[in-house]
Design a protein around this ligand. Structure first.
Ligand SMILES: *[C@@H]1O[C@H](CO)[C@@H](O)[C@H](O)[C@H]1NC(C)=O
Length: 147
């Protein structure tokens, strides 16, 4: 009974505050948003939703977080979460908890790696970003972030 209660409270807290990922600070989350576009009024375009331009596959890999009391299997659950700033932050946190790693092999897992993961996806994130125009735009925006 006691343990059941404790686990429930823990689960509730995790749903509200999200998982903790080392070096995924508030400043880093704001930077990841900035680099992706961070247009708060962006709905969905080309399969990418919300300020972080999250794809459905990314959301599924992140464990399908939803708005409070929503059902992840509901048709618009993905869109509604990704369009919401706080829900989309939970998507990014969950995704990094699962895929976060040292993509550029510099010995630390930091915001730069999380940015590479958002660019490439979590499974193969090590290609340098300067190889493409799109990647160079992301690099330039990342340089403007203050941590
Ligand atoms: C987080 O960043 C700090 C400073 O760059 C670094 O020392 C630390 O190893 C990083 N954490 C991980 C898990 O890589």
């Amino acid at each position: 009974m006691c343990l059941k209660y404790f686990i429930c409270i823990l689960l509730c807290l995790c749903t509200v505050f999200g998982v903790h990922v080392s070096n995924l600070s508030g400043a880093c989350l704001r930077c990841l948003c900035y680099v992706a576009g961070c247009d708060m009024s962006h709905g969905c375009s080309g399969g990418y939703c919300g300020p972080f331009y999250i794809s459905k596959l990314y959301w599924i890999d992140a464990g399908k977080p939803t708005l409070p009391n929503d059902d992840p299997e509901r048709d618009e659950a993905f869109e509604d979460c990704a369009r919401d700033y706080f829900c989309s932050i939970r998507v990014v946190e969950n995704y990094m908890a699962k895929f976060g790693k040292d993509c550029n092999n510099d010995g630390v897992t930091n915001c730069f790696d999380f940015m590479m993961i958002n660019y490439h996806g979590g499974r193969a994130c090590s290609d340098p970003l300067f190889l493409t125009d799109h990647g160079r735009r992301w690099l330039a925006k990342f340089q403007e972030c203050r941590f």
